[in-house]
Design a binder for this molecule. Structure first.
Ligand code: GDP
Ligand code: ZN
Length: 458
């Protein structure tokens, strides 16, 4: 499989200024020399220097198909570590497909989704966590998630995991030596020293695992539910958030048919505001869905924004809604602060112990305070993603907690004075779990599954 030459359209299959057909593999240069005619160069394109761009025409038999720029990149300093050719053609759907077909007719095979990146991985240019970062980078919805995936692409996860793995391996080697050569007195690792080393490692892994909560927020956004009685100002708030914060507004079909998600980027914190069909118009989910259904709905939220109308006092209906959110991360907004305050704030505070913020959706006041409150709730007041690593990938998260369990089991085995080979079994399993993160000795099915999440041409 790895020996053949693959090709795909690397840009969206839609009308655009430029389209790119990418070819990777042994025959990439032969294929391009068959179909490309330079504007003026006499030497065949195959003989040109690597990492250069050439102007000319793609031809099918004697017919010119398109005017193009062709980049040629010789292995191994390429994305896949193979010979790579990129044809920059005009971005019309028909012309891109035509050029791709000519490339395929000349001996390339259509690439599977993610196959270019998969080759980069299989050829050892990047590890699995870096390959996964490519997907995250493409899908990044906020600056923070972009930054996190760029760090991961540069090897931040690998650089953290590899030294730890190496240490586990050292301990295994040490223990195995003392099993295999009991007659030599290899400065036998004291149990206490061994346990201490393992505890240091476990602590480092737990710290990494703990970043997964932030990582999930980075990746998926904070699932946010705006809730409140009719006419308190939920839609107005939503509109302020969407408009004011220069949101990247995308409609992503959700899990249920009538649920939409809207992404709002609040100071880099991605809010994923769940909007049932109609919450923005009729917007009374309590009334619309009934208390029981609303409760389920609220359950799924990471953050509840409860809106009250400050120009009226709270009533039984408000209280019913407040009761639903008491166990959730909630920010209470007293809206319409531009009007006379009739709401009894002291009584409200007695009724619900949550951050309370006065805003006016109409006058766009208090929005900063909402941002601050979200920051306090979820990032303990300091959101600082500088050089830190965040586990954003559920696969990494699971592998981390499995490896922690194995190392903890190893300590238990030591405490129970188990023979060394039992301890080694636990350590080996911890080592393997860590290896899964970087993609060492991975099962082919899992690798295929991971790369199938990519889009075509990547
Ligand atoms: P929803 O039913 O909770 O979505 O409430 P809407 O956003 O549709 O607002 C209901 C009414 O309250 C509309 O007439 C809004 O113009 C008004 N409203 C919303 N926010 C404010 C505010 O901050 N101040 C004032 N004075 N009126 C507001
Ligand atoms: Zn509304």
């Amino acid at each position: 499989m790895l020996n053949d030459t693959i090709a795909a359209i690397a840009t969206p299959i839609a009308t655009s200024g430029i389209g790119i057909v990418r070819i990777s593999g042994e025959d990439a240069f032969q294929i391009i020399s068959n179909i490309f005619k330079s504007h003026k160069e006499k030497k065949s394109i195959v003989k040109q220097k690597s990492h250069t761009i050439h102007y000319g025409f793609i031809r099918e038999k004697e017919n010119v198909v398109d005017e193009v720029l062709v980049s040629i990149m010789k292995a191994p300093n390429t994305f896949t570590r193979e010979n790579v050719v990129e044809i920059n053609c005009h971005g019309g759907i028909v012309v891109m497909k035509k050029i791709l077909n000519i490339v395929l007719d000349n001996g390339a095979r259509l690439a599977e989704p993610g196959e270019f990146t998969k080759r980069a991985f299989l050829n050892g240019r990047i590890d699995l966590s870096q390959a996964e970062a490519v997907i995250d980078l493409i899908n990044a919805k906020t600056d923070l998630s972009l930054k996190s995936s760029v760090n991961q692409l540069e090897g931040s996860i690998k650089n953290k995991i590899e030294p730890l793995r190496h240490k586990v391996l050292e301990i295994i080697a040490h223990l195995e030596a003392s099993i295999d050569y009991p007659e030599y007195d290899i400065d036998e690792m004291e149990d206490d020293k061994l346990k201490e080393d393992l505890n240091v490692m476990i602590k480092a892994l737990i710290n990494l695992l703990n970043t997964a909560d932030y990582g999930k927020i980075l990746r998926e956004g904070l699932k946010t539910i705006i809730i409140g009685k009719p006419n308190v100002g939920k839609s107005s708030l939503m509109n302020v958030l969407l408009r004011e914060e220069r949101a990247i507004v995308t409609d992503i079909p959700g899990t249920t048919r009538d649920t939409l998600e809207e992404f709002v980027n609040i100071n880099g914190i991605p809010l994923n505001i769940i909007d049932t069909a109609g919450i923005r118009d009729t917007n009374d989910i309590i009334e619309k869905m009934g208390v029981e259904k609303s409760r389920n709905y609220i359950e799924q939220g990471d953050l509840i924004i409860l809106v009250l109308d400050g120009s009226k006092d709270i009533d039984e209906e408000d209280k019913k809604i407040i009761d639903l959110v008491k166990n959730k991360e909630t920010i209470v907004l007293i809206n319409k602060s531009d009007l006379d305050l009739k709401l009894d704030v002291v009584a409200l505070k007695a009724y619900i112990n949550k951050p309370i913020i006065n805003i006016s959706a109409k006058k766009h006041e208090g929005i900063d305070a909402i941002e601050k409150a979200i920051n306090e709730l979820f990032f303990k007041g300091q959101i600082d993603f500088n050089d830190d690593i965040y586990i954003t990938n559920i696969r990494h998260k699971n592998a981390l907690s499995e490896s922690i369990k194995s190392l903890e089991k190893a300590i238990e085995s030591i405490n129970m004075n188990m023979p060394e080979d039992c301890i080694v079994i636990d350590l080996k399993s911890g080592y393997e779990k860590l290896g899964e993160i970087v993609g060492d000795a991975m099962n082919d099915d899992i690798i295929d599954q991971i790369f199938s999440q990519f889009c075509l041409g990547k």
